[in-house]
Design a protein around this ligand. Structure first.
Ligand code: GLU
Length: 388
């Protein structure tokens, strides 16, 4: 993937990690924020739409409230977020106004992006902000999010915002300058990867699980974000934000990892399906079905071996290959109970089993999007690699 100047992108989502904005003892890093806003202003002057996904609410709230070190209880972090978010939004608004830019705050919950109607509604508000030239400052609504129903990390939230708004570039700024073949603080032989053409299982394996004290995400959530973004045709950069004006630094050739967008971006509806964070169930399929899906066909009951979960018709389900790897996501054509009854059966038998002529496919190809290695060759290669 060639590195092109940031000004050549049309719409850029910038995710900023807590550690960049908030210092544990001194609070908000105002000078850094002002410099960041100067970078944003320069991009906007060049005609680029800019959206910011800003972490830091909980970290800032902790520092304002002077909460002790260590893990917070849910209600403590919700209160910290309530205190911190108001300060965070004000800081962004003030810093952007130095360049006469208006900021608009958007707080999202997981449901706002998982439920289609709410998703379209949030998207319309963000589009309107961009239309009037404002910079949306987005965060998760941590004051109401509970542990089961939340993003928890802003990497995936930012990827979701990028795909939701049709951005062509997502920049993840944190204290990590990019992807290494192994965690660099643990492995002295870790090699830096400058460009990633495709997020393969090998790339995923490099992500590990580490996170720094202030941020929830680690490389894991950044790679998950990369999958969401690149599938939708959006490029991604992981870069360090520890310098002043990190966007200028990227332009100047600073070390960063660039992830190429997928060559065949899917439709907006399929983007929404692929980006669902919590599929309601799983359809475990055989090798024949894996090959058929790879060739762009629908998923028929005959190729399904096992159903997991309680889902309704129209819910998002994950399709799992015999290797255990997710290969696709789609909208279920049947609810879980019916799906169980017709599992492994021919489509022509459906009427006799269910008592009515149902649809031939368990998941129709129009409702299905590939999210993992699709062809039988890569499945085989994986198996060979596993045995090697
Ligand atoms: N939403 C959290 C906050 O603003 C940050 C989540 C993250 O670090 O990714 O404090």
């Amino acid at each position: 993937m060639s590195r092109k100047p940031l000004a050549r992108y049309r719409r850029i989502v910038i995710k900023i990690g807590s550690a960049l904005l908030v210092d544990r003892s001194t609070g908000l890093k105002k000078a850094w924020l002002d410099a960041m806003c100067a970078d944003i202003a320069a991009l906007k002057q060049g005609g680029v739409d800019v959206l910011v996904v800003s972490s830091g609410a909980i970290a800032l709230g902790r520092s304002v409230l002077d909460l002790p070190k260590g893990a917070l209880k849910l209600e403590e972090s919700q209160a910290a977020a309530a205190v911190g978010q108001i300060a965070l939004a004000r800081a962004w608004s003030e810093s952007l106004s130095r360049d006469s830019i208006v900021a608009g705050q958007i707080l999202l919950t997981l449901g706002d992006t998982e439920e289609r109607r709410r998703y379209l509604n949030a998207r319309a508000t963000i589009s309107q902000l961009l239309k009037i030239g404002a910079v949306p400052i987005i965060n998760e609504n941590d004051t109401v999010a509970t542990s089961e129903i939340r993003y928890g990390d802003n990497d995936r939230l930012a990827a979701r915002v990028a795909t939701m708004t049709g951005a062509d570039l997502l920049i993840l700024l944190s204290d990590i300058d990019g992807l290494y073949t192994a965690p660099p603080h643990l492995d002295p032989n870790a090699q830096f990867l400058e460009t990633i053409a495709e997020i393969t299982p090998e790339i995923e394996a490099m992500a590990g699980g580490a996170a720094s004290e202030l941020s929830r995400g680690g490389m894991r959530t950044k790679i998950d974000a990369g999958k969401i973004a690149t599938t939708a045709g959006c490029a991604m950069i992981i870069a360090s934000g520890k310098t002043d004006r990190p966007l200028s630094a990227i332009e100047g050739g600073a070390r960063s990892s660039w992830f190429a967008p997928s060559g065949t971006p899917v439709t907006a509806r399929k983007t929404w399906i692929a980006g669902q964070l919590q599929p309601a169930g799983e359809l475990h399929v055989d090798d024949g079905a894996v090959a058929a899906l790879g060739a762009g066909k629908s998923l028929l009951p005959a190729g399904v071996r096992r159903i997991v979960g309680l889902f309704g018709r129209g819910d998002t389900i994950a399709v799992i290959a015999p290797s255990g790897r997710e290969i696709a996501r789609g909208l279920a054509g049947y609810d879980a109970e019916e799906a169980r009854q017709i599992t492994g059966r021919k489509s022509s038998e459906i009427e006799a089993i269910l008592g009515y002529p149902g649809r031939a496919a368990m998941v129709h190809r129009d409702d299905l999007v590939m999210t993992g290695p699709s062809n039988s060759k890569s499945e085989k290669q994986e198996k060979d690699a596993a045995h090697a």
